[in-house]
Design a protein around this ligand. Structure first.
Ligand code: PGA
Length: 252
């Protein structure tokens, strides 16, 4: 049986756009489109834009962070925390994104951040995914390690509150090798569930939502949802183009 949660659509703006003015115009256009189709999404903008974007309220958008510290306040140069951003009511935090991991973030640090988010009542979206694939299927053990280290030491209840995003690095961004297929996503989704079941003996509604991310666009989004059985999508570039992003949401 597949997860019957409403599909979770998350736009990750990464370090874009290049000005507050552009960010404001982008969110306004997204709001306009969502109002027409009455669909909810989560937008994760650079946190420096949050104070301005938060003023552009819409019932169809909530905000998330692209990362967080694991402490509320303190000597953490360059970091943002859930405590510091609480006036903007972030409901989700992306953790362990491959671009952050590439700069040295370890799964054990992701684990500390997951626990911090859960303590603060905010949903972590924990990203996992292999850099490349070869015939030896080594990606399974790579993903298994990422899950075990990033999601260790939780309770069953904690696990049920998580969101996991499978983002194969080879399918992300404009230098992607190729698109992943819905079948490739579904295979990993089943595998992630099995790893979590072995770790926590979870079943039914305790199984977290598992999203797909990596070059999702208005054309392939519905395939990942309907053929790949994704519980939602984590979207980079396409979330920076209001027209395409709305088209994508409409198409699923
Ligand atoms: P992309 O990014 O959609 O631009 O490939 C996805 C991601 O990194 O979350």
């Amino acid at each position: 049986m597949h997860n019957t949660h409403p599909k979770l659509i998350v736009g990750n703006w990464k370090m874009n756009p290049s000005s507050t003015k552009e960010a404001t115009s982008l969110i306004k256009n997204i709001h306009k489109g969502l109002k027409k189709i009455k669909q909810k999404v989560v937008i994760c903008p650079p946190s420096i834009f949050l104070p301005v974007l938060y003023k552009e309220k819409s019932t169809y958008t909530s905000f998330g962070l692209q990362n967080t510290s694991f402490e509320d306040v303190g000597a953490h140069t360059g970091e943002v925390s859930l405590e510091l951003s609480k006036s903007f009511k972030p409901s989700f935090v992306i953790l362990g994104h491959s671009e952050v991991r590439a700069q040295g973030e370890s799964s054990s640090l992701v684990n500390q951040k997951v626990k911090y988010c859960l303590k603060k009542g905010v949903t972590p979206i924990v990203c996992v995914g292999e850099k490349d694939r070869n015939d030896s299927h080594g990606y399974f053990s790579f993903i298994e390690n990422q899950i075990q280290e990033s999601l260790g030491g939780l309770t069953k209840k904690d696990v049920s509150k998580l969101v996991i995003a499978y983002e194969p690095i080879w399918a992300i961004g404009k230098n992607a090798l190729r698109d992943a297929t819905p079948e490739e996503f579904n295979e990993v989704k089943i595998f992630i569930k099995k790893v979590l079941q072995d770790m926590y003996s979870i079943s039914g509604t305790e199984v977290p939502s598992i999203l797909y991310g990596g070059s999702v666009n208005e054309k392939n989004a519905s395939l990942f949802i309907h053929k790949g059985h994704a519980d939602g999508l984590l979207i980079g570039r396409t979330s920076l183009d209001a027209k395409k992003f709305i088209e994508l949401v409409k198409n699923i």
